[in-house]
Design a protein around this ligand. Structure first.
Ligand SMILES: *Cc1c(COP(=O)(O)O)cnc(C)c1O
Length: 353
């Protein structure tokens, strides 16, 4: 703390990302990164890139990328917003669309960054507990509100809602924006993107970080009615006109256009997830039904923090949250089959398993 800080900054509690330790030989299953490299076209873009062009500013509108995303989703480019990772898209969304007198509704257990934005932008929010089996029950999201936001599939629980449940919510909740954070949707869940043309209050947010293996490039996007997109553009252009550099814009297009590679990577991760869940269950874990590139598991006897420490001593990182209600669970990213085999082998050597 310093007397030079703006007053609001003194009490700020920033988001804590999973660790990125600079240690060789670690198996990193703690930040939901994709274990496979980006599509081959990404490397081709980088190798053939004309460095001289970096003299110039990138396209502030990211039009080519928006058009590519619109084509994939069967939408128009003015229904697309892009940002520096979906974290930035979320930040701009909280500021542009979710700051009202009426309370924002969101799950008590969801992506913890939401609460950081709520504090940063001083948003009136009401947190709604999950059901006992860690599910979001959208019947609980009723009454006057200034917006609704949740991740689908939810994080860190990995459980998804189907499109029917989401459409039922949209039919009932027409007077405020409904934001669905679909960071993990490509791992077996149903996207609400195809409802965008029918519901002018729906904003769907996705990212290239997980299913497209581009976490290091920082590209996120949103689909919604042009009026919602316009609000995001206004805030973005009041803050940073160039959030996506030239390389990010071009590599994202290359990643998007390789359908076969995308299918192959996401399918492999889903198969490895199934294998991992079965193995964990045989070791006495309860594993929630996952539609993400991670599993959320708790052991019936051994506490989660004990297991997290044990794995860590054996150079395997997984994520453990200290939040009450989920502090006996581990969030384990699905890596390669070899990495998951190492995880299971390591757990087998634990004296209590
Ligand atoms: C990873 C994640 C994001 C952020 O992804 P970016 O890398 O910023 O695009 C957003 N929401 C959820 C639920 C996530 O897990």
């Amino acid at each position: 703390m310093s007397r030079f800080w703006s007053p609001a900054i003194q009490s700020l509690v920033p988001y804590t990302p999973g660790e990125q330790p600079k240690v060789d030989g670690l198996i990193k299953l703690n930040t939901n990164e994709n274990p496979f490299p980006p599509a081959p076209g990404v490397e081709a873009v980088l190798r053939s890139f004309d460095t001289e062009r970096l003299r110039l500013y990138p396209d502030p509108e990211c039009l080519a990328l928006k058009q590519a995303l619109a084509k994939e989703a069967d939408l128009e480019h003015n229904q697309v917003f892009v940002g520096n990772g979906s974290d930035e898209v979320l930040a701009l969304t909280f500021m542009a669309l979710l700051r009202h007198t009426r309370p924002l509704l969101l799950p008590e257990t969801s992506y913890s960054f939401y609460n950081v934005y709520i504090d940063l932008f001083n948003i009136n929010a009401r947190h709604i507990p999950l059901s006992d089996d860690f599910r979001i029950d959208l019947d609980d999201y009723c009454g006057e509100n200034g917006g609704i936001i949740f991740a689908n599939p939810n994080a860190p629980t990995s459980i998804s809602l189907d499109l029917n449940a989401i459409e039922t919510l949209l039919k009932r909740n027409t007077e405020s924006v409904v934001v669905i954070d679909e960071a993990y949707v490509d791992f077996g869940a149903e996207s609400a993107t195809r409802l965008v043309n029918s519901y002018p209050n729906l904003l769907v947010i996705q990212t290239f970080s997980k299913s497209r293996s581009l976490a290091g490039m920082r590209v996120g996007f949103a689909f919604g009615h042009p009026e919602l997109i316009e609000a995001l553009e206004r805030v973005k252009n009041s803050f940073n006109s160039y959030p996506l550099d030239m390389l990010a814009q071009q590599t994202a297009i290359a990643a998007l256009e390789d359908h076969d590679y995308f299918k192959q990577c996401t399918r492999t991760i889903m198969e490895t997830r199934q294998w991992t869940s079965t193995q964990l269950e045989q070791l006495g874990f309860k594993v929630l039904p996952s539609h993400t590139n991670f599993v959320f598991a708790s052991h019936t006897r051994v506490p989660a923090d004990t297991l997290m420490q044990y794995l860590r001593e054996h150079k395997i990182l997984v994520r453990h949250f200290t939040k009450p209600g989920i502090n006996n669970h581990l969030r384990i990213t699905i890596g390669t089959t070899n990495e998951m085999q190492s995880l299971i082998d390591c757990l087998r050597t634990h004296p209590e398993l």
